[in-house]
Design a protein around this ligand. Structure first.
Ligand SMILES: [Zn+2]
Length: 384
């Protein structure tokens, strides 16, 4: 067994920890670029805290999922305002944008030089500017990952800017920031968190550290995802989901994902659909296909046992079979009102293209068993 584990330099967790941001940032910078979502007024408390600690700010709003121009514009804006550090307050999109801007602030050349697949895949020469990630959703885990997912509209692709240097200087996770999330966002981001605990746990590169994180995260998500959907102000449940999301991020960054994310990355580049909802629509179908393929080709392997363990955790039944876990997930996805993929304009005629692209996705390579083109095709058709 060999593994490596890396994460943000500091992780600060708890209701109200947003109040610690000023003293935390102060040693790293005097002028911060604050990256927010489409409603910058949600950053008022953060901006006031920074001002009280003598840190001046320039605010850059990101609407929707970031593309290459978002990062280029944000970097130019930060340079114009002489920002020496970056604070991202938002969901996965905002944190990914901030993470990429922090990297491009200190590294010369074009963004495309450093991108995988469509670019030259150059490695970052300099450490990024100090980067502070403050999630306002419980789903992406981007506060502790080392890549930023960016859309290239020109290529209809999502690609990553990736480097071990891109781990945050500090991740500040305050469950209070999620209390007022709209119900649909709670559902899609929460199901992304669930997916990001299941896929690393069964994936080919799972290791004992990520296993522990996944099992603890799954226990919390299983008992609290429905609760936060039904009552956003259930504090204990919101805290559980913030832990689940963090653990998912830690696990995926250090183990990998699987076929759900292999498909979701491709679909996200081609269609405007929330990442978490796409993952949720795929999850029960990918679980079914994986379990079936494992039963046929690796009936004694570890992955099938892991699907059984997941089923026991999700259903709270120590004798549950793997299929009971799939049924639990399918019911949850329905109860949280996640539409099938055709709700986003994905139709049978797109299946062949998506399958061909997804087969080469990096997440697909970590799937617990190599799926055939026929298996990928039938899985995607079922999720439409
Ligand atoms: Zn995800």
């Amino acid at each position: 067994m060999q593994f490596e584990f890396a994460t943000a330099t500091r992780i600060i967790f708890g209701a109200g920890v947003l109040g610690q941001v000023g003293p935390l940032v102060k040693p790293s910078g005097r002028r911060a670029l604050v990256v927010t979502g489409s409603q910058p007024q949600r950053a008022e408390k953060l901006l006031a805290n920074l001002a009280a600690n003598g840190i001046s700010t320039a605010t850059f709003a990101v609407a929707g999922e970031p593309d290459l121009s978002t990062v280029e514009n944000g970097t130019a804006f930060a340079q114009q305002h002489n920002c020496d550090c970056v604070i991202a307050l938002g969901g996965g999109s905002v944190m990914d944008a901030g993470k990429a801007i922090a990297a491009m602030l200190t590294n010369d050349g074009e963004l495309s030089d450093y991108l995988e697949i469509i670019g030259r895949g150059k490695t970052l020469v300099h450490p990024p500017a100090a980067f502070f990630a403050i999630p306002t959703t419980a789903g992406s885990g981007s506060e502790v990952t080392r890549n930023a997912v960016l859309a290239s509209p020109e290529h209809k692709l999502k690609v990553s800017l990736r480097s071990p240097r891109m781990l945050a200087t500090a991740a500040l996770i305050d469950p209070e920031l999620t209390y007022d999330l709209p119900q649909a966002v709670t559902a899609s981001t929460g199901l992304d968190a669930l997916t990001q605990l299941i896929e690393p746990y069964v994936c080919l590169r799972a290791n004992p550290m990520t296993d522990g994180l996944c099992l603890e995260g799954l226990t919390r998500a299983a008992r609290s995802l429905r609760a936060v959907f039904n009552n956003g102000h259930d504090k204990a449940a919101r805290e559980d989901m913030a832990v689940a999301s963090l653990h998912g991020g830690l696990a995926l960054a250090n183990a990998g994902l699987g076929a759900v994310h292999g498909f979701a990355g491709v679909l996200g580049g081609m269609f405007a659909a929330p990442h978490g909802a796409v993952c949720a629509a795929l999850l029960p179908h990918v679980m079914t296909t994986n379990i079936q393929a494992l039963r046929e080709r690796e009936p004694e392997g570890a992955a099938l046992k892991r699907y059984r363990r997941i089923a026991c955790l999700l259903t709270a039944d120590p004798d549950a079979a793997a299929d009971a876990g799939v049924a639990w997930v399918r019911q949850l996805v329905a109860d949280l009102r996640i539409p099938p993929l055709r709700g986003y304009g994905i139709t049978p005629e797109h299946v062949a293209t998506v399958v061909a692209r997804a087969a080469n996705a990096s997440s697909m390579k970590a799937n617990p068993i190599a799926l055939t083109p026929e298996e990928l095709t039938s899985t995607l058709r079922q999720a439409l």
